[in-house]
Ligand binder design. Structure first.
Ligand SMILES: CC(C)(COP(=O)(O)OP(=O)(O)OC[C@H]1O[C@@H](n2cnc3c(N)ncnc32)[C@H](O)[C@@H]1OP(=O)(O)O)[C@@H](O)C(=O)NCCC(=O)NCCS
Length: 164
């Protein structure tokens, strides 16, 4: 999930004042635009729509309702576990604490019954691995050749978890 370059401008609102909110189906085009900046194999708007309709939750940081989305995190709950399915920060806003702030807010609002948060990350994705370690996740497994790469080869997924 290397990040291609971005044409998105910086938000007029200071990053610290962006709102933590739940995205709706109306936001799927904006989510797909953000995904194209962030991932080599991005979800399209239809995939975000299907994800929301299937009961997943998409948390975002944005200036205001209906305005640009600068970071997103999709989660899925199954019994007492939550899986993080997607994390992306607009490339013009990276390395300013947005990813950590978004995930901290996602973790803070989890229901009491959640015992563990799980995710998968490309082995080559140093920024994301470092972010998850910083938040307390540990690496506890590996799926060989799980992710396709842009050049047609494949790479391992690392399985990470956070016990709450
Ligand atoms: C990974 C990603 C979400 C990080 O978002 P971000 O807003 O830039 O991260 P933050 O500024 O909150 O950084 C928090 C921590 O993450 C790590 N980190 C973030 N970017 C990093 C980088 N380029 N290199 C090394 N560590 C990095 C650091 O530990 C950092 O803490 P520090 O600032 O104290 O060093 C962002 O780079 C991104 O959207 N990447 C493309 C999509 C992606 O890879 N998503 C994850 C898929 S599993």
């Amino acid at each position: 999930m290397n990040a291609p370059s971005s044409h998105r401008s910086l938000p007029a609102t200071p990053l610290a004042d962006l709102h933590f909110a739940r995205a709706s189906v109306a936001d799927c085009d904006a989510l797909a635009r953000l995904a194209r900046e962030a991932h080599t194999h991005p979800w399209n708007a239809g995939q975000y729509r299907d994800s929301l309709k299937s009961g997943h939750t998409c948390w975002v940081l944005r200036a205001a309702e209906g305005q640009d989305i600068f970071a997103c995190c999709v989660t899925s709950q199954l019994l007492d576990e939550v899986e993080v399915l997607d994390v992306a920060v607009a490339s013009s806003c990276r390395r300013q604490g947005l990813g950590a702030s978004l995930l901290q807010q996602v973790l803070a609002q989890l229901p009491q019954e959640i015992a563990r948060v799980l995710l998968e990350v490309r082995a080559s994705n140093r920024p994301a691995r470092s972010l998850y370690h910083k938040l307390g996740f540990s690496e506890d497994g590996r799926r060989k050749n799980y992710y396709p790469k842009a050049d047609g080869s494949r790479e391992d997924a690392l399985l990470m978890s956070l016990v709450l």
